[in-house]
Write a protein that binds this ligand. Structure first.
Ligand SMILES: *Cc1c(COP(=O)(O)O)cnc(C)c1O
Length: 450
């Protein structure tokens, strides 16, 4: 098929994620033929810097020689086999190493194949734990406003982004929602670098009052991604850990987006020095090669399910592709690369480069804030800077920047009025600089008509 054939057949038969398909009338989907490092290359040979790691999954660039080798070597042995009653070395190796790498005493790994499923697993594990642990009234979950934990029905129930959940509201679980941190528009007039997270009071009050009903609190540590890369300080997580201990509530850390080095440390909870009871990982876990997710649990949680068959305490959750061996082999190689190529140590100059651009972005009259956490940075555009007044969402300013950036050879997906950077960790500084320049230019063009 040539470029146009692909576009035409796509328009006839394909339904894309997170897309109003009618937008494709003006901007048809771009057929990608191959990838090379941080570049996506389309069927016409045009190159795009993958500034969002292809939806936050890619860590070391596309067609990475070591990952390609790990994949083909494993495919030469076997691609998939049943994981109930059978096991394999890549899963065991991965599980062992993840338990050692993650904070605290997480000692058991449950496999699934996407982030939403990992969240469903964590919710079900917590729920069933309390059923089997003498506290059957602890059935409800707490999440934060603007949270994002995936889009299957359970995961959506603990989400807080109206955009994704409003229409499905009648289908969703009855959950508690607490006002979360909003550092850019801090109601206390504080700054995230120096505050003590007084905004934690909302969550504290809710959990304290309803602890008898609550199974778990789920949060995205340090960065509420889909909310527009809202960044909040580690002290919030420290308070959360204390609260969960005091009230006998599980702390579920959804590190699906922030895990695997995105925040500058392997896992975001390390910034706070705390450990969750359940932890969800996916996205970067295979370097962006294959769908895979894991839910890690403490020994205490695992033991609540461990008994004679007749007690019917087992965790009866499964997916056809549970523990897929190709994905596990890739994930093992990802951990090898982290270790052998000093990936985290090499991030410092890139994070410094991102910081240097803060002043450039914030000098623009319609940029409200440039914020950064590790290798994630975001620019929030505002109609009026002094009042931090957002542009009306219907104007789709972020989407306009996305279109401008594409013309200049970069993929920068927007989140409302926010344009963010989440490049592969291995992006070279000159390319990162080019990406930032493209974003600057795009934002100037999209915000300077007044
Ligand atoms: C992407 C994401 C999910 C959902 O993962 P999927 O693989 O898209 O189902 C859940 N939580 C967070 C924080 C995410 O970023």
């Amino acid at each position: 098929m040539n470029y146009q054939d692909i576009v035409n057949y796509d328009r006839q038969h394909v339904w894309h994620p997170c897309t109003q398909e009618k937008d494709h009338e003006a901007l048809p989907p771009i057929p990608i033929e191959r990838g090379e490092g941080v570049y996506l290359i389309d069927k016409a040979g045009r190159r795009y810097i993958d500034g969002v790691s292809s939806w936050w999954v890619n860590l070391f660039g596309h067609t990475h020689p070591r990952l390609n080798r790990a994949l083909t070597e494993q495919a030469g042995r076997i691609a998939h086999h049943i994981f109930a009653g059978f096991t394999h070395e890549p899963a065991v190796d991965l599980a062992r190493r993840l338990c050692a790498l993650t904070p605290g005493n997480l000692s058991k790994v449950f496999f699934a194949d996407n982030g939403s499923a990992a969240v469903e697993v964590a919710l079900k594990m917590s729920f069933q734990y309390w059923q089997q642990h003498g506290k059957p009234n602890k059935t409800r979950f707490v999440s934060l406003t603007e949270a994002y934990h995936g889009e299957t029905v359970g995961a959506l129930s603990v989400g807080g982004c109206d955009l994704y959940r409003q229409v499905y509201q009648p289908m969703l679980l009855d959950t508690f929602q607490a006002q979360g941190p909003d550092c850019f528009r801090c109601p206390y007039g504080l700054h995230r670098d120096s505050c003590d997270a007084p905004c934690f009071e909302h969550l504290e009050k809710l959990v304290t009052e309803s602890q008898e009903e609550i199974a778990a609190v789920i949060v995205e540590p340090l960065i509420q991604g889909a909310a527009g890369m809202r960044i909040y300080p580690p002290v919030y997580l420290r308070k959360l850990r204390v609260l969960c201990d005091t009230c006998q509530v599980h702390y579920i850390a959804d590190e699906i987006a922030v895990g695997f080095g995105r925040t500058g440390k392997m896992f975001a909870n390390e910034h706070a020095g705390v450990a969750p009871d359940l932890m969800c990982l996916s996205k970067g876990i295979t370097g962006g090669y294959m769908p895979l997710s894991v839910t890690l649990a403490t020994e205490d949680i695992y033991q609540a399910f461990y008994d004679d068959y007749e007690t019917l305490k087992a965790f009866l959750h499964s997916h056809s592709y549970t523990g897929n061996v190709l994905a596990c082999a890739l994930a093992v190689e990802v951990l090898n690369i982290f270790k052998e190529e000093q990936v985290l140590a090499n991030l410092a100059p890139k994070m410094a480069l991102l910081d240097r651009y803060a002043a450039r972005f914030e000098a623009l009259p319609h940029v409200g804030e440039f914020r950064r956490c590790g290798m994630v940075a975001a620019v929030e555009m505002v109609a009026d800077r002094r009042g931090r007044v957002p542009y009306p969402w219907q104007e789709r300013r972020g989407y306009q920047v996305y279109q401008q950036a594409l013309k200049q050879g970069a993929l920068l997906r927007p989140l409302g009025n926010v344009v963010y950077f989440m490049p592969p960790l291995t992006i070279e500084e000159p390319v990162l600089e080019e990406l930032l320049e493209i974003a600057l230019k795009g934002i100037v063009e999209v915000t300077s008509e007044e």
